[in-house]
Design a protein around this ligand. Structure first.
Ligand code: C2E
Ligand code: CA
Ligand code: CA
Length: 275
């Protein structure tokens, strides 16, 4: 009715304003957040299904904002991409991940760390040399770079070229969010990638959704034939673990194993599964 839609208009404005105000605040404070130590990395374990051991950790960024509390990366990574802050942000992530990896190594944990990068990073002229230098300063780096397939589609040829250069530096490459975009296996198979990560949206209702099961089964078979390691993210139950085992999935990650943890909690978790 007319009355209802009038009301809707009434509070549509303030809502929108609050959203814009928050966005502007985040936009203006993100750069400082890096130097003010408001960003931190959380780590989520990746488990090898055949050996039941931890094969890696995914570094996931967190922003502890004074006023807003915990701001999710889904909210501020797009802002970082639009403002160019993604460049210093990703460099901070790489250095911090390597620092943590070194710290873990000194305590006896030799673990690969996965880092998420943005398509924007691939356009930085010195990105590959930055990675290569960051790695030589580290004794024994085992780094996987995760990149979504949709982000590569913006400029597939450029992405292919940078990924080839990147793989020369010794990092592993992982295609993230697989199955959400318009994946072209013809393109994917050309990439020097080591790993494919099946998106969590396809994993969530694997127990009830026969269609998803068929998609996952076929995807795993095809990817294995192309030589990729398969990772399933968003694993939230033992039943999904069992199904993924049946389908020959290599690696799993999800809340059922562990949520992303800050470094001190992660060390506790690692010690607990060891003991
Ligand atoms: P992503 O790379 O696909 O990461 C997986 C997301 O799923 C993470 O959300 C993780 O916390 C969440 N997750 C893990 N297991 C489960 C599960 O069992 N169930 C559910 N419902 N969710 C699960 P998060 O940490 O909020 O990160 C969101 C996205 O932000 C990431 O998606 C990634 O695209 C981006 N991101 C995170 N850290 C960074 C970073 O350092 N740099 C860049 N460029 N992007 C980042
Ligand atoms: Ca990821
Ligand atoms: Ca994903």
């Amino acid at each position: 009715t007319a009355e209802k839609s009038d009301r809707k208009l009434d509070y549509y404005q303030p809502e929108q304003d609050r959203y814009n105000a928050r966005r502007l605040t985040l936009m203006s404070e993100l750069k400082q957040a890096i130097s003010n130590n408001q960003l931190s990395l959380y780590f989520q374990p990746k488990i090898n299904l055949s050996t039941n051991t931890v094969t890696g950790l995914e570094a996931l960024i967190r922003w502890h904002h004074q006023r807003f509390g915990f701001v999710r990366p889904d909210e501020f990574i797009p802002i970082a991409e639009q403002t160019g802050i993604i460049k210093p942000l990703t460099r901070w992530v790489v250095k911090e991940a390597l620092r943590v990896q070194h710290e873990l190594l000194s305590e006896g944990y030799d673990i690969d760390i996965s880092i998420n990068i943005s398509a924007k990073n691939l356009r930085e002229e010195d990105f590959v040399s930055f990675i290569s230098e960051a790695l030589t300063n580290n004794k024994k780096p085992k780094i996987t770079i995760e990149l979504t397939e949709t982000s590569m589609m913006e400029d597939p040829l450029k992405a292919l070229q940078v990924l080839e250069d990147l793989s020369q530096t010794g990092v592993r490459l992982s295609i993230d969010d697989f199955g959400t975009g318009y994946s072209s296996l013809a393109y994917i198979k050309k990439l020097p990638a080591n790993e494919i990560k099946i998106d969590k949206s396809l994993i969530f209702d694997l127990t009830s959704n026969k269609g998803d099961q068929v998609i996952i089964k076929t995807t795993i078979e095809m990817c294995h034939q192309l030589g990729f390691t398969l990772v399933a993210e968003g694993v939230e139950s033992q039943r999904v673990v069992d199904i993924l085992k049946d389908l020959n999935c290599d690696i799993i990650q999800g809340y059922y194993i562990s949520p992303p943890l800050p470094i001190n909690k992660l060390k506790q978790w690692l010690a607990d599964i060891d003991g």
